[in-house]
Design a protein around this ligand. Structure first.
Ligand code: ZN
Length: 419
């Protein structure tokens, strides 16, 4: 199967599960991811202090519905996981529609769509439905039932590590807490899985984190205080499959290497680069001032900027295989730059070293890009003072990164520069 089809099949399979910040929906999601990648699954008990937060009770749901006087289910959780407000406390009552309305959420402006709502930290119950479904309900008594449990349990997250040549790490983090939404965020999960499978002997160690949003990233940070120092770069991956162009949100630092690398690899594609703001996905946690990691956020259309966002319109049809392939390609190019982007020192900095006698001109003979390759060598020699990385040199010289990297390798092989 082609990567695009493979990723889309995974999105379709993961999509309907009722995920939340805890519970069996997350575990089922991780089980399926685990069929593609070996995962280390972590279970963190309810009540565990994590930074300024506490791991909440675990939420699980078996069934939920609103039934009319004839017992017909007019809203049925088994048809769509978005029908229940996430973390709803259990309820089983009969009440008139007027009273039930206080617990119903609709989107009057998008009357055919079911909204996505949660109430993680306040004990409530509720249903989400299409406005047109609500409009069709006659007055009268309705039976409402939510067969859920909120009990001490665990918060579940998982990691997959691809060992690199060095122990310094790149993290790729995806939230796995949204029920029955495809672009947000199963498309990112599918792209991350494909990226992980494609890495072969990378320079950095790559750590993929599949965790519920906010509390999951906070839990990971709380439990990895020692490892955080090893995290050199990172990407929060979200909304990776809609048909919009790519948007990269910079790390809080704004000039971290990952920010420069993404700007470089996005250069020849339609894209947008935004400065950091403390609102969005888990870059908020990784970039909080105490950690201040070089972690940016890559999406296609940013959250809340497409009409289907957080509604039943965010289904697998919103996700295009070719969009996920494009997101994956950008990530692979970023990995390729990170793999070789290092600082070199010119070992023969007094006058230009003679390239001809070292065979460095001969090696270019016949190449159509010989002039560019020669220029790249001169730039690498000129700027390799330990201050400029290869990416700095490529940008300063306005040369393709590949050609600068190849020049550095040739010069290093000839003993003229060293890392
Ligand atoms: Zn979301």
């Amino acid at each position: 199967m082609e990567p695009g089809s493979r990723m889309h099949a995974l999105v379709r399979r993961l999509y309907p599960l009722c995920r939340s910040i805890t519970g069996d929906g997350v575990r089922a999601t991780l089980d399926i991811i685990g069929e593609h990648l070996p995962l280390t699954v972590h279970e963190v008990p309810t009540g565990t202090d994590v930074l300024d937060w506490t791991v909440p009770q675990e939420w699980n749901i078996r069934d939920a519905y609103i039934a009319d006087a004839d017992g017909r289910r007019v809203v049925d959780f088994r048809e769509h996981a978005l029908h229940v407000v996430g973390y709803s406390v259990p309820v089983h009552e009969t009440m008139p529609l007027a009273q039930l309305r206080e617990h119903l959420h609709t989107l009057p402006g998008q009357p055919s769509l079911i909204p996505y709502r949660t109430s993680y930290y306040a004990p409530r119950w509720g249903f989400c439905l299409a406005q047109q479904t609500l409009d069709a309900l006659p007055d009268g008594d309705y039976e409402v039932r939510i067969d859920s449990t909120l009990a001490d349990g665990h918060l579940t997250y998982a990691e997959h590590v691809v060992p690199g040549q060095v122990t310094e790490e790149v993290i790729v983090s995806c939230h796995v807490c949204h029920p029955a939404l495809a672009n947000d965020n199963m498309a990112a999960v599918a792209v991350a899985v494909e990226l992980a499978r494609s890495l072969e002997n990378p320079y950095y160690t790559y750590r993929f984190i599949f965790a519920p949003g906010t509390i999951g990233a906070i839990t990971w940070l709380a439990r990895n205080a020692a490892r955080v120092e090893k995290v050199k770069h990172g990407i929060v991956l979200a909304c990776a499959g809609d048909r919009g162009s790519l948007t990269y949100k910079q790390s809080r630092r704004g000039d971290a290497e990952i920010d420069r690398v993404l700007a470089h690899v996005l250069r020849d594609r339609p894209h947008e680069i935004r400065r950091f703001s403390p609102y969005g996905y888990d870059e908020r946690q990784y970039c909080s001032p105490g950690f201040n990691l070089g972690v940016g956020c890559l999406t296609r259309t940013p959250y809340a900027e497409y009409p289907e966002y957080h509604t039943s319109g965010d289904d697998p049809d919103l996700v295009a295989p070719e969009s996920m392939v494009d997101t994956l390609a950008v990530l692979r190019e970023a990995v390729a730059v990170l793999d070789v982007n290092r600082h070199y020192v010119n070992l023969s900095p007094y006058g230009e070293p003679q390239l001809g006698k070292r065979g460095l001109y001969d090696s270019l003979g016949g190449r159509s890009d010989a002039k560019q390759a020669q220029l790249a060598m001169l730039w690498v020699l000129s700027l390799s003072d330990g201050e400029h990385s290869l990416l700095d040199i490529a940008e300063r010289a306005d040369l393709p990164f590949d050609s600068v990297a190849a020049a550095a390798k040739a010069l290093a092989d000839a003993g003229l520069v060293k890392e």
